[in-house]
Design a protein around this ligand. Structure first.
Ligand code: DX5
Ligand code: ZN
Length: 220
């Protein structure tokens, strides 16, 4: 069994106190930093870009999990590797030659992730599942934090988990969007390995305790 992980999403942090929030994650039980990069084209929102990631990496002491919500991500694979990303996730819907993109991410020394929108069938990944280190199942429509969780996600997780087992792949399943203490355990039971949590962590009174609480819930 792989350890179950919590990846707080920096999108919900206080950007005027970013170092404080990065240190909070460093000193918490969180496992990864989840970093959302949005281009205003693939999704109807713009988050932040390279200079901000560079400064996060300067202070972060945990795995840097970068989620690209951008068109034509191939253009920036080397840039994100140079910035210190450990995992680089591209959207299935943004890649014409997904297999090639995955190879390029790995050749640049990173783990390769693929994110799928709520309407995208997990079966579409079956032929490349052995090439994917992480599948990020979007449990909201990408672009914004603080949205509510789409219940159909559980079914997608189960289907994907079956496909991973059938193909003897080592792929991790990550869930992104609307994760709270209400759905965390059920997601892990369905087969998820990593839970991204933005608002639930950062909008809570004590983010460190909230992370601890989530970790406790997903213990196996
Ligand atoms: C949404 C982003 C998520 C977002 C999650 O497009 O990919 O990572 O930050 O935020 P919450 O947990 O608030 O739904
Ligand atoms: Zn994300």
């Amino acid at each position: 069994m792989t350890p179950k992980r919590i990846a707080p999403s920096i999108l919900a942090a206080d950007f005027a106190n970013l170092q404080r929030d990065v240190e909070m994650i460093n000193n918490s039980e969180a496992d990864w930093f989840h970093i959302d990069i949005m281009d205003g084209v693939f999704v109807p929102n713009i988050s932040f870009g390279m200079p901000v990631l560079r400064d996060i990496v300067k202070h972060a002491t945990k795995t840097i999990d970068v989620h690209l919500m951008i068109v034509d991500p191939d253009r920036y694979i080397k840039t994100f590797a140079d910035l210190g990303s450990n995992i680089l996730t591209v959207h299935y819907e943004a890649c014409t030659h997904l297999h090639r993109t995955l190879q390029a991410i790995k050749a640049a020394g990173m783990k390769a992730g693929v994110a799928i929108n709520p309407h995208t069938n997990v079966a579409l990944l079956e032929d490349v599942i052995n090439d994917i280190d992480l599948v990020c199942i979007m449990s909201v429509n990408p672009g914004f934090g603080g949205q509510s969780f789409i219940e159909n996600t559980y079914r997608k997780v189960e289907k994907l988990k079956n496909s991973i087992l059938k193909n003897k792949a080592n792929t991790l399943i990550e869930i992104d969007g609307g994760v709270t203490s209400k759905n965390a355990k059920q997601l892990i039971d369905a087969g998820a390995d990593v839970l991204v949590a933005g608002s639930f962590v950062f909008k809570s009174e004590n983010p460190t305790n909230t992370i601890k609480e989530l970790k406790e819930l997903i213990k196996i």
